[in-house]
Structures are given as structure tokens and as C-alpha cells.
Write a protein that binds this ligand. Sequence first.
Ligand SMILES: NC(=O)c1ccc[n+]([C@@H]2O[C@H](COP(=O)([O-])OP(=O)(O)OC[C@H]3O[C@@H](n4cnc5c(N)ncnc54)[C@H](O)[C@@H]3O)[C@@H](O)[C@H]2O)c1
Length: 325
Amino acid sequence: MRVTILGAGGFLGQKLAKRLAREGLPDGRRITALTLFDLAAPAVPAAGFPVHPVAGDLADLPASAIPEGCDIVFHLAAVVSAAAEADYELGRRVNSRGTDAVIDACRKLARPPRLVFTSSVASFSGGQSARLEDDARQVPANSYGAQKAAAELILADASRRGFLDAVTLRLPTIVVRPGRPNKAASSFVSAIIREPLLGLETTLPVPRDFAVWVASPRRAVDWLLQAAVIDGTPLGLDRSVTPPGLSVTVGEMLAALDAVSPGASALVRAAADAVVAGIVGAWPASFVPTRGRALGFAAHEGLEEVVRAFVADDLEATRRERGHG
Ligand SMILES: NC(=O)c1ccc[n+]([C@@H]2O[C@H](COP(=O)([O-])OP(=O)(O)OC[C@H]3O[C@@H](n4cnc5c(N)ncnc54)[C@H](O)[C@@H]3O)[C@@H](O)[C@H]2O)c1
């Protein structure tokens, strides 16, 4: 199997590449080549098969990013929420025209590849009181969400036409993100766990009873791999799936933090931020992922396990990157 990851230098892309290099595909089919594409050539993990890093712009996609014979394309490259809201042109270029370029590249292949696309909870609205079923309408409250929702439709149509075989995952907010705070409006959801574990203060732009729909990076990578290998037939015309995330309050997250590192939540200071609250306040706090469960997407682990997984997988590397030890 030839596999490509677009956005392979990003948070989830790096984790997915490492997991593929270490464990291969979950159905046991052998990987013969892995292409890693991003703006800068991504790091190459040790693997028992050739790994090709490719640098370029998604909207001007080089042919080497999705080479002839490619069987699985993970399309993770994106301009994230607050960045796409701050720079409309950039968001359109990468999230919309970039996805068009991916479809065009797939059309040139002799055989349609499985295309795993990462959409987002941000393609919905409804806010704190929402508990959305699988057939809820996507009414985005920001440009990033609109670009993701539009890409879902365009990919479903490309799938219907046989250019590719799409499975879209509407990912929750992924916690705990390692490294530095990023330009996602949801950055604080990871920061309130990560920064205290680094011994650093951080701010909370929303109240403690604010609820978010989250998933861990480990589980998100599980889902991406499942999406790469599932039988697409039961999806029919609707190629999008809400995987079974967790609906949690900020207070519950801080309690899980304290359970792993007693007293750490004292480093989280309330500081209301109307811009951030305006974006994340529109995102639904909860989903009913009936379809995702029926399709066999793995159920979520508890919050304490999420915090412990961050400590095990990413805390030391984050400390080194940030220069705190
Ligand atoms: N992390 C989350 O909480 C979350 C939640 C929902 C959906 N998603 C989606 O999952 C995917 C991966 O998220 P992530 O957290 O790893 O994001 P990320 O920002 O860490 O990674 C995205 C990657 O895309 C690359 N990219 C941006 N513009 C590009 C361009 N013009 N050409 C080539 N590459 C380009 C970036 O360099 C980056 O490495 C994204 O599509 C994101 O929208 C993420």
C-alpha cells in the first residue's frame, strides 16, 4: 500500500506518520511507501519501508505529493480556526482551493484512493446547549468551519463520481496539544493542562462550567487509521462521520489535571477573552455519535488517561522544545 499524509509536519500528521512507521495499517496490509507532505519537508520517522518527505504548497500541489499508485491519502493540511478567521484569503487558499487541488491530483490516478479528510466540530454551531445528532445541519459560525463544511460536500461529490473514496472525520478539539500555544481559538483547551504540567501559568478565557467536545491525540490517530481501512459501502452518499469523543467541562479537565499532578490547576488564571469566547462559544458542546459507534470507531478513554497519555507521550519533548529543562 502506498500512503500519503498531507499536513504531515503538523500535530496530528507527525503522530500519524510515527504510528504508521511503527505499526503499519490496522488491517495488516503492508505499506510499501509513505509520502509526507507539508510546507516544509516533514521529519522522517524510522520505518521498515521507504519514506519520502515532500515540501510544497497544498494549493499548488506537486505531483510527487500524491504519486501514481497511491492507495490512501490522509488530507490533514489546513489553516486552523483563528488563523483562517484572521486571514480570510489564506484560509480560502489552503482549506478550500487546497482541497480542490487534492481532488484534481486524485483524479489523475489510475485507481481512486481512499481519502481520509479531517473536518471539525467547528463546522457546526449551536453553542453550550447543543447536543447534536448525526443528521444535524452544519451551520458554521466562522470561516474555517465554513471551509471545512464546504470541503466535506465537495469531497462527497468527488467520491460519488468515483474520483476518490472519501471518509471524513468531524474531529473534536484534540487535547492535549504539545509544544507551544497555537492559533486555534481552542488553544486554551490544551493550554490549561499542558502549561501547568510545565510549571507555567496560563489563562482561561471562558468560565469553568464551559463544556467542550474533545478527543485525545492517541484516539484521533486510532480513528484516522480506522477511517483509512473501513469498508466505505455503508457510508453511501454521506461520507462524513462524527467519531465518539467526550463532552467535558473545563472544571472536569482541571480536576483530571489535579488528579495527575496535585495542585497544578492553581496555575490557571481566569481572564475573559471575548474574541476566543465568541468563536468557541458557538461550537456545540456535545454530539450523539450514533453512526461513528455503529461503524466501530473506538470509544473514548477517560480524562485522567488523556492527561497521563500527554505526560507519557509529549511532556518531555514539549519541555525541551520550550526550553524548560
Ligand atoms: N487539532 C485539533 O484540535 C483539530 C480539531 C478538529 C479538526 N482538526 C483538523 O485536523 C487536521 C490536523 O490538525 P492539526 O492540529 O495537526 O493541525 P496543524 O496546524 O498542527 O497541522 C496542519 C499542517 O498543515 C500544514 N499546512 C498549512 N498550510 C499548508 C499549505 N498551504 N500547504 C501544505 N501544508 C500546509 C501546516 O504547515 C501544518 O503542518 C487539520 O485539518 C485540522 O483542521 C484538528
